[in-house]
Write a protein that binds this ligand. Structure first.
Ligand SMILES: [Zn+2]
Ligand SMILES: [Zn+2]
Length: 279
């Protein structure tokens, strides 16, 4: 492989994320050992209120204010590690956002307070219902939307609004809404969804944002990254910079599926020079 190892999205760690493993320092060392040139560490933002605390966090006895403290600590630790390992790897200190009622205000406050180098703009909710951790939650969101197709439409409408209002340097796992839908290829081809996908890609391209080639998707039954193949083809056609993100949640998942991602991009005619989200 003659392309540089990078990750635009990842470094979730056991110390700062209840569904991740290992310390951030061990994860940074894993990136160094694997020979990464640069890596964006993008821990999840904390819940804006107790209502949005995830079940695994609740089980760990954390509420919104405890999560806020943990997140403040994350930035301190990440900056310390950036300094400590600066000779070996270029660490970008970032975070991954949420999109739900009240998230925008909180994202702006995080940017003001912590001055991250960039953030990954993600949705893990549709109309305030979480879609990406359990099938049960996903079903609830489908019921609320009325149909799977409506869920996709709502997801992409809320993504567009987020992208236009916040202009995140990186758009995370673009089509995550397909996560628990075995027949997503049909759904993505429906005219109402297709029109929204193209519209959002066009906005991303106009704003000059990067698309996260989210390699965690290879882990799922679908066996392809987010975004899926056809969307990647459109993104490449629009000249949108696409950059691998391993979405690592522990030492084990550092750099996973990087080669598969690169092979796919190469096959689709994508550019294999990675744009850094900050210069
Ligand atoms: Zn996570
Ligand atoms: Zn995510």
């Amino acid at each position: 492989m003659n392309t540089r190892l990078v990750s635009v999205h990842g470094g979730h760690s056991g110390g700062f994320c209840s569904h991740a493993k290992d310390s951030l320092e061990n994860i940074v060392q894993a990136y160094i050992n694997r020979g990464f040139s640069w890596v964006g560490i993008t821990e999840h933002m904390p819940a804006v209120s107790d209502r949005f605390v995830y079940p695994d966090e609740r089980e760990a006895g954390l509420d919104a204010s405890a999560l806020q403290c943990r997140f403040d600590d994350y930035f301190k630790t990440c900056r310390r590690l950036k300094q400590k390992y600066s000779e070996q790897i270029d660490i970008l200190v970032g975070f991954e956002s949420e999109t739900y009622t009240g998230s925008e205000k909180s994202i702006r406050a995080i940017i003001d307070t912590h001055k991250p180098e960039y953030f990954v703009g993600s949705l893990h909710h549709v109309d305030d219902i979480e879609i990406d951790s359990t099938e049960e939650g996903y079903r609830r969101a489908v019921d609320r939307s009325g149909s799977l197709e409506n869920l996709y439409c709502r997801y992409f409408d809320q993504q567009l609004e987020m992208v236009q209002r916040l202009k995140p340097a990186v758009v995370g796992h673009f089509d995550l809404v397909r996560i628990f839908d075995p027949d997503y290829t049909t759904r993505l081809k429906s005219p109402a969804v297709q029109e929204r996908v193209q519209r959002n890609l066009f906005a991303i391209s106009e704003l000059g944002l990067i698309l996260d080639l989210n390699l965690a998707g290879f882990d799922k039954a679908a066996g392809e990254p987010y975004p899926s193949r056809d969307i990647l083809t459109s993104a490449i056609g629009l000249g949108i910079p696409i950059v691998p993100g391993d979405d690592s949640h522990g030492v084990q998942t550092v750099g996973r599926y990087f080669e598969e991602g690169v092979d796919l991009l190469r096959e689709l005619g994508g550019i294999l020079e990675w744009q850094r989200p900050v210069t």
